[in-house]
Design a protein around this ligand. Sequence first.
Ligand code: NAX
Length: 331
Amino acid sequence: VKEMVRVLVTGAAGQIGYALVPMIARGVMLGPDQAVILHMLDIPPAAEALNGVKMELVDAAFPLLKGVVATTDVVEACTGVNIAVMVGGFPRKEGMERKDVMSKNVSIYKAQASALEKHAAPNCKVLVVANPANTNALILKEFAPSIPAKNITCLTRLDHNRALGQIAERLNVHVSYVKNVIIWGNHSSTQYPDVNHATVMTKDGEKQVRELVADDQWLNGEFITTVQQRGAAIIKARKLSSALSAASSACDHIRDWVLGSSKGTWVSMGVYSDGSYGVPAGLIYSFPVTCEKGEWSIVQGLKIDEFSRAKMDATANELAEEKSLAHSCLE
Ligand code: NAX
């Protein structure tokens, strides 16, 4: 029998939370043989709604769900958790300056970093979803120095999956035949979705996406902007931001990290840069990674052309700027 796993979801009364907790309780994140206890955190104004989510989890009678903690107390929420999915944050409201939003989130992630550091289970794995995701994760890392940097990541898997989806639609093939796209950099509109190493499985074997699409203008233009702007397109259509796809990709991120990525396939994760590919160390930057035995490693040795280099640098520059803005909020 596998040991019970405690999974924290912050912002659990929000719309991603509402899509995510049933997926976790059904085994989508950790597998169909993994019992879980859900810890759900939100803030006092959302306490009643949070309790409603807890009631629905009870009503759904999930076989794998062995307990639910629903709380507005960050210490209670973090105690003993093995996995922390950080979805709670302060959204940008109309008329707000970037610095004001940053400042709110810096203080949230600073406080939650300390709570995780003191109360989470040893070797707790952390995934930050809330925006600005990379920089929130960086603040969390800086204020939880005893949590290994390798354990703190941010979500760019949604962008990765969006890129796979766009290629699959364009080639009219099932998305499961497309692999090894890369999201480089920030989870923002400067991210660089790169197809230079992506392949499609065909009846004649694996083929390069560039070869099959045979339209560099589309791949270097509209494809990139569609992936970068997909979040905005969803908001325009739904009047709400992505939720089910965000929740699903958060499950993909943790599942591959904990249980391993498929052989010959890499995925994108926002991780603490070690300087690979000339990306400045000390940023949380999205790289292609493979995962084995609960550890990710950056895929090395990929050829980077001039077009890619410029885009990878631009998104790194934005992250460096966000980092200094975040640090100026701490002064
Ligand atoms: P919602 O506003 O529906 O939910 C956020 C929840 O967080 C609310 O219930 C709120 O009360 C709670 N919250 C606020 N401060 C908190 C705190 N200090 N501690 C605990 N909970 C707190 O937003 P939702 O649509 O669920 O999106 C959540 C976050 O994900 C946003 O920051 C959003 O920008 C971000 N996203 C990130 C994505 C990614 O790929 N990395 C994609 C989807 C999404 O846009």
